[in-house]
Design a protein around this ligand. Sequence first.
Ligand code: TPW
Ligand code: MG
Length: 550
Amino acid sequence: MNLAEVLLNSLKEHGVSEIFGIPGDFALPFFKVAEESKILPLYTFSHEPTVGYAADAAARCHGKPSVAAITYGAGGFNMVNPIAAAYAEKSPVVVISGGPGEGDRSTGLLVHHQAKSLNSQLQVYKEVTCDQVILNDIERAPADIARVLASCIRHSRPVYIEVPRDLVFHQCMPVLPYQSENLHQIHTGALDACVSATLEKLQRAESPVLVVGVEIRRFGIEQQTADLAKQLGIPVVTTLMGRGLLNDMDVPLQGTYLGVAGDAELTRLVEESDMPVLLGVTLTDGNFGISQQKLDFRKVILACDGNVSMGYHIYPEIPLQAFIAELNTRAHRLETVNNQVVAATHHYPCELPADEQKITPTDIAAAINDLFQQHGAMPIAADMGDCFFTTLDIKETDLVAPGFYATMGYGVPAGFGVQAATGKRPIVLVGDGAFQMTGWELLNARRYGWNPIVIVFNNSSWEMLRTFQPESAFNDLPQLNYARIGDELGGVGRRATNRKELKCALQEAVQDDDNFYLIEAIIEKGDLSNTLSRFVGGITKMREQAMVAD
Ligand code: TPW
Ligand code: MG
C-alpha cells in the first residue's frame, strides 16, 4: 500500500466515516488516492471554512473523528478559524494538508503558498490542534499516524497531519490496528478514592444537581450518564454548550442552565444547589459567566479534561468514562434529596397561529416545535446570532452549534456535516449576516443529494451586535432576496413575510424530500428571541457592575 492508502485505511479503522475537502496542487496526489480508492466518501466544497465546519459537525454527530482535507498555505490558512472552533469546543477533527515535498524544500526558491517559513502552517496549527505530524519519514509514518490519531480520540480535539506531496505514492507499512484505551490501566486506587469521596458528598447533600457538558457526547457516554442520573434520582441540566445532550433519554432533564439569561427557576436550581456535580463541563464565560450569583466552585465537583476536582482537591488522570462507569456501579438512589427545588418544566412556544402577523424569532421556534410534534424531531444545525438563542425555545433535539466559540458561518456547513454523518435531514438556522459568509455553499447540496431545510432569519442586520451597540450604523446590512438565491443555488426558495407564510413554507418543505429549502423569514429589526433579550440585559448589567467595582 502507498502512504495515502495507509493513512486512509487507518482513518477508517479509527472510526472516520467521511472526508470533506478542497484540493490544490500540494494536495492533488492525496485527493487522487482518496477519490479513486473509495476507502472513504469524499465531499468537496467551495471555500475552506465550510470544510472545517462540516467536519466539526460530522465529528460531533459521530462522537468519532472526521476529516477536513486542504491544500497547503492558501487552503490551510483559510481553515484556521473553524479548527480553532473545533479545538475550543473539543471536536475531534483530523486536518490533512498536502505539503511541500523534499524537492520543494531543496531548490533554494520560495515555494508558492509559503507564508514565512515552509513550516509556518504547521506552527499556526500547533496552536489549535492537540497533536501534529509532517509525514516526512516513510519508515516512521505508521507509528506517527497511530500516535496522532490516538491523541485526537483521547483528547477529543483536532490534530494536524501534513502529507508531503512527493511521498503520497511511496510504499508504506500499515498502521497497527487501533485499540481503544484500556480503562483498566487507570490507577484503580485513585479512582476508588475519588468515587468514594464523590458519593460521600452526594449522600450529605440536600439539593444536588447534575450539570452535563459536551464531553459526555464526545466520549460516547451519554447513555451511561443518563443511567447515573436515573440511579441517583437527582435533577439534570445541560450547559449552554451542551444544549441538546440527553434529549430523548428518559432522564429528569430540566433544561439548559443560562444564569441571568435563562429560566429563573432553573437558574435557582443550579445556583442554590449545595452540591452541583459538573460532568464533562467546560468552565467558559458562556456556560457560567452569566451566573446570577457567582457559583462557588469550591462547592462543586468537576469532572473534565481527564481530571476530577472537588474543593481544593484534584484527582488527576481520572478519565470521565471511568469516573462515570464506577459511579454507576456504586451509586444508589439518594433519599436525602430535597426534590422541592426541581424546576418547573420549560414551556416551549407552540401552536403558531396561521395569521398575517409579522414573524418574530419566537414564532420560528413555535413553528419548528409544531413541525416536530407533527412529523417527529429533526436534528438542528445553528449558526451564531439570534438564531442560536432561538434554539433555547425549541424542544430539546440533536443540536450542533458553536455555543461557546461563537463563530459565524457555521450553520449551513454544519448542516452538511450532520446530513453526511447521520443521513438525517437537518434544519439549519442562520442569520442573514452569517448566511452571507457561507450560505453560498448550498450550491453543493444537490450533487450530494442533501436536502436541508434552511431558515434564514432575515432582519437585514447584525442584530446581535446592534443590541450591544445600537448607535452604530454599520449594523445595517443590505436588503437582499435570499429566497431567490435559494432557487438559483439549485433548491427551492420561499419568502415568508408573515406567520401564515412561514407555516406554509415549512409544511411544503417537510413534504418535499427531493429539494433543499431556503426559507427566508422576514424579521423586524429589534425583534429578539426571549433568550437573547435576557442575555444582553444580563451581560450589560454585569458590565455596568464591573465598571462600578473598578
Ligand atoms: C466569524 C461577531 C457576532 S453576532 C454578529 C457578528 C458580526 C451578527 C450576526 O448577524 P446575523 O444574525 O447572522 O444576521 P443576527 O441575529 O445577529 O442578526 N465574525 C465571525 N464570528 C463572529 N461571532 C463575529 C464576526 C458577530
Ligand atoms: Mg441578521
